[in-house]
Design a protein around this ligand. Structure first.
Ligand code: GTP
Ligand code: ZN
Length: 379
C-alpha cells in the first residue's frame, strides 16, 4: 500500500493519477499531516493494508498519559483511548502501547489494535518484580549520552551498548560537555577500548558543537532515543536540537476517568530535519530484559572465546581457555571481562524468566478461553 491509499481510506476522497502525484500539496491544503516523517514506512503500511477494510486510521503514540495516549494521525494530534476489546486481550503489561508505537484507531479515536513493533527498547522492571518494561518502541538509534567528566563510566556504556545491540537497535555514543573537558584524548582512548566500531559524537550544547553529528544519525522518519544518567545534559541537548525550549509538559492537558489531570513525561518530538527523538528522563538504571541470549558489543571477547578448547567454556578454570590467556596478556581488560560475565548472567536469567512468563500467559489464555466456552478446568 502506498501513502496515498491511506488518504483515500481516511477521507474518502476521489483522486486521479495526477492528484495522487501531488498528494503532498493536497495534504497541505487539507491540513493533513505527512505521517511518513513520523516513521510510517512499508513495515507499518503493510500491516495497515491487511486491515484496510475495517475503516481504521494509522497513528503513532507521541505521548503516554495515565489512561490515554497522544497520537499523531493524518489529521494531526488526537487523544485516544483503548477499546474494551483491547483491554480484554492484554496479557502482559508490554502489550499496552508505549511511546513510539504505531496504532490502528477507529474514527472516534478508539485504539483498536497495536501494530507489530519493529524494535523495542526494553528493560527489566525495576525492583524485585520480574517483568518487561518497554521504554520506547520502533527505535532506530539509541543515543547513549554520557559526560566528558567523572560521570563517564565504561561499564555503564557497555551495559547500554549490550542493550541496544541485543534489541536490534543501532547504538551511538554522545559525549557531552566538551567545553568543560581538557583531556578529550583520554576519553577517545577509553572509547576505543570498549566501542571501536560505534559512532561517537563529541558535543557541547553550550557551544553548539557536534549537533550536526546527531542530525546525521537521524534522517527523515528515523527515531532516536536519548538515554543516560541524570545531569549528563540530555534535556539541554534536546532543546538545542529542537532549536527552542521544548515544553516538557505540553499545554494540552487531559483528564483521566477520575477527573484528574494527568501529564506525560515520555514524549516523541520531531526535529526540523524530520527526525524523531524520544527523551527518557528518570531512567536511572537499565537491567537487561531479552528473549534471546546473545549479548552485544563484546565481539573482542567472543572472538577469543571461539578459540577456547571447549565450546561451552565458561572461562573460569577450564584448560586452554583463550579468554583467560588474553586477560593475562592484557589483551582483554579484566573489568570489561567481569562486566561481560555479569551481563551474560543477566541475559540468561532474563531469558529463563521470559520462558516462565510465556508459560504462565499460555495457562492464563487457556483458562480465559475455557471460561468463554463455559468449560471448567480441573487440575
Ligand atoms: N559545561 C556544560 N554544561 C552543560 C552542557 N549541557 C548541559 N550542561 C549542564 O548540565 C546540567 C544538567 O543538564 P540537563 O540537560 O538537565 O541534564 P539531563 O541529562 O537532562 O538530566 P535529567 O533531566 O535529570 O535526566 C545543567 O546544569 C546544564 O546546564 C554543556 O554542553 N556544557
Ligand atoms: Zn574460555
Amino acid at each position: 500500500m502506498d501513502h496515498n491509499t491511506c488518504i483515500y481510506d481516511y477521507t474518502n476522497l476521489v483522486m486521479g493519477a495526477t492528484e495522487i502525484r501531488s498528494s503532498r500539496r493536497m495534504m497541505d491544503k487539507l491540513h493533513m499531516i505527512n505521517i511518513e516523517k513520523y516513521g510510517y514506512d512499508s513495515f507499518f503500511k503493510q500491516q495497515f493494508e491487511l486491515r484496510k477494510n475495517e475503516n481504521l486510521v494509522p497513528g503513532r503514540v507521541i505521548g503516554v498519559y495515565k489512561s490515554a495516549y497522544k497520537v499523531m494521525t493524518l489529521n494531526g494530534e488526537v487523544i485516544a483511548e483503548l477499546s474494551g476489546n483491547y483491554y480484554n486481550r492484554v496479557i502482559y503489561k508490554s502489550d499496552f502501547p508505549c511511546v513510539g508505537d504505531w496504532l490502528l484507531l477507529n474514527k472516534s479515536n478508539i485504539i483498536i489494535d497495536l501494530m507489530e513493533r519493529k524494535t523495542k527498547l526494553s528493560r527489566k522492571t525495576p525492583g524485585k518484580k520480574v517483568d518487561e518494561q518497554i521504554l520506547a518502541a520502533n527505535v532506530d538509534v539509541l543515543f547513549i549520552v554520557t559526560s566528558l567528566n567523572k560521570e563517564f563510566n565504561s561499564r555503564r556504556i557497555e551495559r547500554y551498548l549490550a542493550t541496544a545491540i541485543n534489541q536490534g537497535i543501532k547504538p551511538a555514543i554522545i559525549l557531552t560537555k566538551m567545553d568543560a573537558c581538557n583531556d578529550v584524548v583520554a576519553y577517545i582512548e577509553k572509547l576505543n577500548q570498549i566501542a571501536p566500531e560505534v559512532t561517537c559524537i563529541f558535543t557541547s550544547a553550550y557551544e553548539k558543537v557536534g549537533i550536526e553529528g546527531i542530525f546525521d544519525e537521524l534522517s527523515e522518519g528515523k527515531t532516536g532515543v536519548f538515554i543516560g544518567s541524570s545531569g549528563v545534559g540530555k534535556s539541554t541537548l534536546v532543546n538545542v536540537l529542537m532549536g527552542e525550549e521544548v515544553q516538557k509538559t505540553f499545554d494540552i492537558r487531559i483528564q483521566d476517568h477520575k477527573g484528574r489531570h494527568t501529564t506525560t513525561h515520555r514524549e516523541l518530538f520531531i526535529l526540523a530535519n524530520n527526525g524523531n527523538i524520544i527523551d527518557t528522563p528518570g531512567i536511572r538504571e537499565i537491567h537487561l530484559w531479552s528473549d534471546n541470549n546473545s549479548s552485544g558489543g563484546f565481539e573482542d571477547i567472543e572472538e577469543y572465546a571461539r578459540q577456547c578448547r571447549f565450546r561451552d567454556c565458561q572461562h573460569i578454570h577450564e584448560h586452554d581457555c583463550a579468554v583467560r590467556k588474553a586477560i593475562e596478556e592484557n589483551k582483554i581488560d579484566k573489568e570489561r571481562f567481569k562486566n561481560y560475565l555479569k551481563l551474560q548472567r543477566e541475559l540468561y536469567y532474563s531469558s529463563l524468566q521470559h520462558d516462565k512468563r510465556e508459560k504462565i500467559a499460555f495457562q492464563k489464555q487457556i483458562k480465559r478461553k475455557s471460561k468463554i466456552e463455559g468449560l471448567s478446568l480441573k487440575k
